[in-house]
Write a protein that binds this ligand. Structure first.
Ligand code: PMP
Ligand code: GLN
Length: 389
């Protein structure tokens, strides 16, 4: 065929994050849509990046990532989750967690194999599965009581299931994997070859003093799991696009076969900056303060709209808070989120971007300066006032 693209992903357009960020710029709206902080990164990290450039770190990093940074990542998993990973063979650094999740799916899912995904889900998984030739099997994340639905997940697993994808803290719902859930999943998967891909990019960001849950900490699931993290989320540097994967050597070897050709290696001076900064006291304080910082952000937003028609269940972790607009609008959240960007100067992400059934809900990023949150609260209050008759 000449001149026409025989698409491998028909029906897929530009991501909602790109669309809403562009719409926010076009209309000068506050952008609580795409998940990025407007908080500055720790200053010591910026100084380390300047130093790395002055030190002349300008050429390719090693394919798996700088060894010193991999050592920090492995130590981080050991410290937080008691999980031992080998620096040489069980950790890879890539262009954000995205590139490694994508590589893992391409490397490990064969044509016709099923991948079970809880929905609503982050939008990367489905097209990656489709490109690998896998079959997406969607199950609801939450039951009628709003709790993680173990039965639904286990019920979807069978002999054709190659992989289960988990995400905690969860994007977009802000829920977290509850205690006991992983034991139930392990029981279901025991005796099978099913792999687990655990997207933990918001890992330590848990609210209200909850414990952080990681597949790395589960002694049995760890052996069949790849776990993904992102410095973008932990250090307010989403634009750096540096993330990691840890997991058993045999799985990591397969992941690297794809990684070495789609990314090969990434951001050498930025990796050097991270390697220099992360062992510092400033870094430790920053990481230890993440959970309480974001809990306060969530509380500030919810406090500001508590006496309005917006409904919500407080998020349990991550960058996002979902607001329910069922008292305000019909089910067309996609249309309303775009309209409010123009009319009320606030960009959000409609939940219809993450799953099919109509829900009058929008997702807001709470990783924002207090002033930004306060301005967003004013917009939300105005929207509520204008819609309630
Ligand atoms: N997983 C989830 C659930 C996300 O929200 C994101 C987006 N930031 C990513 C993965 C990708 O992370 P990164 O920016 O490190 O590629
Ligand atoms: N993870 C971000 C979010 O959920 C978006 C990243 C992107 O734009 N690809 O908002």
């Amino acid at each position: 065929m000449h001149g026409t693209a025989d698409s491998k992903l028909p029906g897929l357009g530009t991501t909602i994050f790109t669309e809403m960020s562009a719409l926010a710029v076009e209309h000068g709206a506050l952008n609580l849509a795409q998940g990025f902080p407007d908080l500055p990164p720790p200053q010591g990290l910026v100084a380390s990046a300047e130093q790395a450039l002055r030190d002349g770190v300008h050429q390719y990093a090693p394919m798996a990532g700088r060894k010193g940074l991999r050592a920090w990542i492995c130590h981080h998993h050991f410290q937080r989750h008691g999980a031992a990973y080998d620096v040489g063979t069980e950790c890879t650094i890539g262009a954000g967690a995205s590139s490694l999740i994508f590589a893992a799916i391409q490397a490990l899912v064969h044509k016709g194999q099923e991948v079970v995904v809880q929905t609503p889900a982050y939008d990367l998984y489905a097209p990656a599965i489709q490109l690998a030739g896998g079959t997406l099997k969607e199950v609801p994340l939450l039951d009628d009581q709003g709790q993680w639905d173990l039965q639904a997940l286990c019920g979807a697993c069978g002999p054709r299931t190659r992989m289960v994808i988990l995400n905690t803290p969860h994007n977009p719902t802000g829920t977290t994997c509850p205690p006991g859930f992983l034991d139930g999943l392990q029981e279901q998967l025991s005796g099978t070859d099913t792999l687990v891909l655990s997207d933990e990019v918001y890992g330590p960001i848990v609210h209200d003093g909850r414990p952080e849950t990681s597949l790395a900490a589960h002694p049995l699931l760890k052996e069949r799991s790849l776990v993904f993290g992102s410095f973008g989320k932990l250090l307010q540097i989403t634009g750096w696009k540096i993330g990691w994967a840890v997991g058993p050597a045999a799985l990591m070897a397969e992941l690297r076969k794809v990684h070495q050709y789609d990314v090969f290696s990434t951001g050498a001076p930025l990796q050097a900056a991270l390697e220099r900064f992360l062992p510092s006291a400033e870094a430790e304080d920053h990481l230890n303060g993440l959970a309480s910082l974001y809990s306060r952000k969530r509380d500030r937003l919810l406090q500001g709209i508590r006496d309005t028609a917006w409904r919500y269940t407080p998020a349990e972790g991550g960058f996002f808070q979902v607001l329910d607009a069922s008292g305000l609008i019909d089910n067309n959240d996609g249309q309303w989120a775009r309209t409010w960007t123009r009319t009320h100067g606030l960009a959000t992400i409609p939940l219809d971007a993450f799953y099919a059934p109509p829900h009058p809900m929008v997702r807001l990023c709470i990783a924002k300066e207090d002033d930004t949150l306060d301005a967003a609260i004013e917009c939300l209050r105005q929207i509520a006032a204008d819609h309630v008759r």
